[in-house]
Design a protein around this ligand. Structure first.
Ligand SMILES: CC(C)(COP(=O)(O)OP(=O)(O)OC[C@H]1O[C@@H](n2cnc3c(N)ncnc32)[C@H](O)[C@@H]1OP(=O)(O)O)[C@@H](O)C(=O)NCCC(=O)NCCS
Length: 134
């Protein structure tokens, strides 16, 4: 498949909000509600965009502590291209760039059904984690 993966690649809020709505079954948020461009440039180590001839088909946001730990957030692939290895290549691109930034640990949390994706396809080791709904 002919995809371009770009670390800190250009995107519009409308593209990511549309992909997010498809991936997570939410409404399509407006720029005013979810300004991805402002948020990732302010808070993230980086992000990965994956594009085909028709537009944005994959995205992941990479948060970090500024030094050694980074976290994957909002890994998403367009439905029409799922199960063709796009998610794995988006995560791989994030791993390469997080390592290049000098981080030592990359974290992700996920529901049990996604273990085959993160553990088998992407190579993460199982770990315990906690989460608190605020
Ligand atoms: C999860 C997601 C990013 C995977 O993207 P993808 O491009 O389809 O993944 P890949 O093709 O690289 O998958 C590689 C392997 O991982 C596993 N896998 C992929 N998606 C899976 C899923 N939803 N459930 C369980 N295993 C999955 C499969 O073993 C797959 O191999 P197969 O296609 O031969 O069965 C995509 O389904 C998505 O965007 N989902 C909605 C958003 C979401 O839940 N994101 C994760 C939040 S933690």
């Amino acid at each position: 498949m002919d995809l371009a993966h770009t670390w800190r690649g250009e995107f519009t809020n409308a593209e990511v909000n549309a992909l997010h709505a498809e991936a997570f079954g939410t409404e399509v948020f407006s720029d005013d509600v979810w300004d991805w461009r402002r948020l990732v440039t302010t808070h993230s180590l980086g992000w990965v965009t994956a594009r085909d001839a028709h537009g944005l088909v994959g995205f992941v946001n990479v948060l970090w502590d500024g030094l050694t730990h980074a976290w994957l957030q909002d890994v998403m692939v367009a439905r029409r291209l799922r199960h063709q290895g796009v998610g794995r290549t988006v995560v791989d691109a994030a791993v390469t760039n997080v390592r290049a930034a000098g981080c030592e640990w990359l974290h992700v949390d996920f529901t049990p059904d996604l273990a085959p994706f993160y553990l088998s396809a992407c190579g993460f080791e199982p770990a315990q984690a906690g989460v608190l709904r605020l």
